[in-house]
Design a protein around this ligand. Sequence first.
Ligand code: 6GU
Length: 225
Amino acid sequence: MRIDVVTIFPGLFGPFLETSLVGKARAAGLVEIEAWDLRDFTSDRHRSVDDEPYGGGGGMVMTAPPWLAAMDRIGADRSVHRILLSPQGDRLDDARVRKLAEVGDLVLMCGRYEGIDERVRELVVDEELSIGDYVLNGGEVAAMVVIEAVCRQVPGVVGLADSVENESFRNGLLDYPHYTRPPVVGGLSVPEVLRSGDHKAISEWRRRMALRATRAKRPDLLDEG
Ligand code: 6GU
């Protein structure tokens, strides 16, 4: 799979794309990710990407031409799914992440909070996504969220398919508690069942704890199921 990111801050993506699971996935050739500088698609001397809003009011609006030029170039020779990251988008969740992993090559368009010329949406955006009900300065951090979540769904990226299948949300439940050595920490012991070697009992315990955690912290997940 290939993901192209268009942003006025491509430098933000450097270490992120080199590190940990995303870095390994790229090194292994499982995903190809490139960050493009929107200013490279401007045609004026100042490489400007925003202008005053028609109708007045505060703030600046990202102009359409650099975006249209970028979209002309990126994915010109193939089919891509173009996503605008903005607080006005549909809320990202696990179901949406899984769909994105199937839809093919992605182009992530990082808007700035003040806004983007509406005609960009109309002409080139396939889908608009938000990562939650709060305001970020721009879509860059949200794009990283999308990249990391989608990469985990690409076959081979997470070492054991099992750990993707078993983790929170996949089965509609939060994760069960995990323990490792030492056996006693601050007076707290590892639950006996986990040291029993009884795999059936362990798996029942985990299921029970997952249900308990979900009921306590995210009852909405049980309602929807
Ligand atoms: Cl995708 N962009 C911005 N600017 N703010 C957000 C967001 C995105 N998602 C939540 N808040």
